[in-house]
Design a protein around this ligand. Structure first.
Ligand code: ZN
Length: 274
């Protein structure tokens, strides 16, 4: 198995590092497929960021992210849709294989989950025709329920697939082990996603015990409790061809280490644990 069988989401390296530095580190370590970050590209300058990625011949397995659709005011919901349209253009320019959708949580002050979920479906419905026309699949990422209030109130693969089925073609899911490993229906829903061709991306990392921060304390593969081979086998059986994408938000640990050390560890652990 070569390193080209593995993609690195650039959030795994310190996402505040310059884009060029992160990409050069990937290339030094034989990584030619990346998950790209809109914020990091924006810092590099949109044209320069695009040029760095394209000139190096990188495969962009995903662009992170658009979404956060629920908002109290109509203007807030419209702004999220406009931003998602810009993200679709950026993904098309990069030749990204999907645009990751972070659904969004409860609007400030709201306790109405059903309403927030309806806003998510409305936002997706508004951008889906534009994404289809641009040839950019939308990859809805269900997030762990502990993040339902702040980040995404789409929390299981079943729920995400129900939304996809409601919307039709051009939308699928991200299967991120960090968010979904605990779900008793996970393997059946991976099979369902595969049967409908909806697995667009597979994020890998590990769940540390204890986890010290809901957002920024993800573990390296092999350092936690997730059955990575089991989930990988279900995805392979579902027809997912890969590559899996390492996505480790780790402010206190991995983001503090040199990029080459992080990448070497990612590659070793992928081969040993996945
Ligand atoms: Zn993810």
């Amino acid at each position: 198995m070569s390193t080209s069988d593995l993609a690195i989401n650039l959030a795994t390296l310190n996402p505040r590092a310059p884009l060029r530095d992160s990409i050069e580190a990937c290339l030094r370590n034989g990584i030619t497929a990346i998950g790209a970050l809109r914020d990091q590209i924006a810092v590099a300058g949109p044209e320069e960021g695009l040029r760095i990625i394209r000139d190096n011949g990188l495969r962009v397995t995903s662009l992170v992210r658009a979404g956060l659709f629920p908002a109290t005011e109509e203007a807030g919901r419209a702004a999220a849709i406009e931003d998602a349209k810009r993200a679709i253009d950026e993904a098309a320019a990069l030749g990204a294989e999907c645009l990751v959708i972070l659904a969004g949580g409860l609007p400030t002050g709201s306790k109405d989950l059903a309403q927030a979920r309806a806003m998510i479906a409305e936002g997706l419905e508004a951008i889906l025709p534009i994404a289809c026309a641009a040839g950019v699949p939308l990859a809805l990422e269900p997030l762990h329920p502990m993040l339902a209030a702040e980040r995404a109130c789409v929390n299981t693969l079943e729920q995400a697939l129900d939304i996809c089925d409601q919307l039709g073609e051009g939308i699928g899911v991200v299967v991120d082990v960090y968010h979904l490993w605990w779900d008793p229906k996970l393997h059946a829903q991976i099979a369902r996603a595969g049967a409908s061709g909806r697995v667009l991306s597979h994020h890998i990392c590990d769940w540390l015990v204890p986890t010290n921060d809901m957002l920024l304390d993800r573990g390296m593969m092999g350092d936690g409790v997730i059955d990575l081979p089991g989930i990988g086998a279900s995805l392979a059986a579902s027809g997912f061809k890969g590559p899996p994408e390492v996505e480790i938000f780790s402010a206190a640990n991995w983001w503090t280490k040199p990029a080459d050390d992080v990448l070497k560890t990612c590659i070793e652990r992928f081969h040993a644990c996945c």
